[in-house]
Design a protein. Sequence first.
Lengths: 474, 423
Amino acid sequence: MPPRCLLRHLIGALAAATPLAFAGLTGCARATTAPAPAPEVSSAERPQYPSTYQRHPSAPVLIRNATLLTAAGPEQKNASILFADGKIMAIGADVAAPPDATVVDGTGKFVTPGIIDTHSHMGVYAAPGSPAESDGNEATNPVTAQVWAEHSFWPQDPQIPLAVAGGITVIQALPGSANLIGGRSATLRLVPARTVQEMKFPGAPYGLKMACGENPKRVYGQRPLGPSTRMGNMAGYRAAFIEAERYRDKWDRWLRDHKGNPPDRDLKLETLAEVLRGHILPHIHCYRADEMAQMIDLSKEFGFKIRSFHHAVEGYKIADVLAREGIAASVWDDWWGFKMEALDGIPENAALLERAGARPIMHSDDPGVIQRLNQEAAKAMYAGRRIGINITREQAIRWITANPAWALGIDSTTGTLERGKAADVVVWSGDPFSVYARAEKVYNDGWLLFDRADTTKQWKTDFNLGTAAPGVGR
Amino acid sequence: MTPRTARLPMRAGLALGLVFGAVPVSAQTIAITNATIYPVSGPKVEHGTVLFRDGKISAVGTNVSIPSGATRIDAEGRWVTPGFIQSGTTLGIKLLESGGLTQTAEDSLGGEINAAFNVAEGIDPASLTIPVARLEGITGTVAVPSYGLIRGQGVWFDLVGDRLEDLLVKSPAAMVVDLSETGKSAGGGSRAGSLQKLRRVLRDALEYSRRKEDYRRGQMQPLSASAEDLEALEPVVKGELPVLAFANRRSDIENALRVARDFKLRLIIWGGIEAWQTAGELAAARVPVVVEPLTNVPTFDALSPRLDNATLLRAAGVTTVLAQHDMAHFRDLRQAAGNAVRNGLSWDDALRSVTLAPAEVFGLQDRYGSLEPGKVANLVVWSGDPFEFSSRAEHVFIRGRDVGTESRQTQLRDRYRELPPKF
């Protein structure tokens, strides 16, 4: 057994196990002597809805003579990539195919890592949209840290295979933005599954969805307890984290020696305590620059690190601050003007963030845009070039692969084409930054989940059955 | 019986039946030389010249004599196309879509039968959306009302000018009707009920148009809509003004075709998500379709969308217009057209679908949609293929005037280009 898996056993035996320590241990779950499922994260000593993800067995694949955008270095022309057992085995000019390998001619084609979306509501706001499937906002209280997106997630959402056909391999499924603190996110592999547990990315830390600005104050503004203003929003976050500090301290004291009865569990505070401990990564819906600065001060007041701002349409106004603080910005290219706090969105946002040394990510928040995140990155790349910021394809591909992998805490496992990384691979018909390029083959952990040339390899959800639509490829 | 009041509504100047004169906003003579010209009405012209003066195109070709005193722009091989038309938006009549900011929305009257509602006077020529759209090569739009079974009248306007009289091109350009899920409330919650109501109003419009004198004298049964609305429907039931029918489900599209047949309406299908299933029938009835080519998420309104909808419609011979309606994305028309090509539409058809096709559909093909002598000089000089992300609109001319490449967004960009910003 490799030492990292041993570590997992040890950590699994500990209370308050850190999910970050699990990052990169995906292989261990498939060890022949399967360990008992370890708690993923909790201050409680009991299983926490563990991942039951199993890699689908697939023959090795060699893609030959393609242009590789690895997201980990320079573009490689006329190169080959070999993957087997869900892992990238070799990359280079001259890679030999094992006898049982499927060989794909990559002439004229581009190969990139699987695309990762930090902001999806698929599964929690499933199609077809209806009150019956509207499970993304627990809009009953402005602070609902106790809810988990995975408990809403419907694996048969027909939006999922559409995203796969756009090259998406991993998403963060988020609660909506009605609440100041909306609940836990779930990082999921987009694979056919009967249960969300089968999609949960092994070892991925949880995220916490928070929201600034217009949405919470609009949703709660007419209710007795509010908040109805931005200052009310801030007071709400602070009150919640003050409670969470007390809860964390109480539990940490008990966890040191296990003396007496454990404190009462409180799901809401358990999640917030894990944020304070650094085990859950905060993802904050925030449009305006001044509000992002307020949230940074909030994080300093309580000693946690914000992982990524989402939407951040004014990120460019504080690109220097985001770079200094090491906070990623999950942005669209050009959404703007649909609400007041989105008024100042500009297409150069990502390029200006990149130039400042911050970490831009193209995210979707939309079942249509998620199918074309490569196009969002393309628009943003060329917008930068037009004002003299020479964003390269090597940089722009990171906006939809390596950077979101970092934001989700899974970058040691996926997000780049490198030896040892997961075989999350997309073959494109041409330059993925052209409007005419199409994802031709999408491999998720080595599993060919979409093949444009083969209708038998175009997964349909249960919901898709019985409708006239021909499937995801068209 | 309580007869309706006796006064006939006046034919309001802006609201009804007017095609505006395309006031030239530039008296300049401009020659774009050495261009790769896509006139749409004819084949591509290499190393060509487009000459325009007084807001109208005067010559297009390789052998154009340029008057002395003309401003010359050497395109150095860059691409020139007609300006793009965004068909069926709230561009210019709404800024913010969410957040409850009604101050910026002029697109809705609230009722179910709003035939007399014309959005023209809600247009804000200073809307922040207009310069942003122009930067993407969009030079004109068909602005339409939202909400209601008969939503009201959409208008075609050019994205230039300070006053309504300057920018309006055709008002009304279409009567907008909603036969989709969102129009159901007018029928008490059923599509069939909405259709019943629509037919009743159309019958009354016919009756009203035949018996205005009786109406004036109070000698008619009560009608299902106000005289003002029935008056507005007169050009519709006479087949003069097209009905832009929002319909996505195959059966809704077929309902629209049935009503149009019964009342001899000029029909345009708008939305048309499942139109691919009934493409043959649409082609036979010569009914054009306005589609959003990026729509493919199933809804209960349309469970069978597909990305190659426009491709299949064109293949069947349907006149197809491409559009991108909603606020956050209206600027992405060229991306939408590029994606239609990605999904099988020919490049030429895609270009036609955002230029000449909308002009034909809304009855402005004599003045808009292609680069031909006599047409309004709405054109764009692109750095390359207009559908590609790598290209940009370098010059945008509307009625012969270079509208520049500045917007509030470029000003924000320049302010924050170096941090700290220059306030």
